[in-house]
Design a protein around this ligand. Sequence first.
Ligand code: SF4
Ligand code: SF4
Length: 92
Amino acid sequence: MIANYGYMDGSGEYYITIDTDKCAECEGKMCIAACPKGLFVPIEDDYGEDVVEIDSGKVKELKYQCMDCKPTEKPPLPCISACTPGALKHSW
Ligand code: SF4
Ligand code: SF4
């Protein structure tokens, strides 16, 4: 399943997309440790698979949560680097 977490406001669209089919097969779930803001939370989905979601308490402030990781001179993002299955995308 493709899960989208985020929002749009006057300044843009701020979504993190997670391909949870890849998460279900991902043993290390390295995104959890890699994210300095603790945005990735392990959950069991409706199908009994162990996946991750974005912390519901932080999902409406992604632009600010991710700001420290996003100066243009230092890609790639820690979460993207850690996610070797390639399950993550950011819309901005
Ligand atoms: S590292 Fe990637 S595939 Fe693994 S749980 Fe995190 S987002 Fe899902
Ligand atoms: S950009 Fe940084 S703060 Fe945002 S989800 Fe990725 S690792 Fe976490």
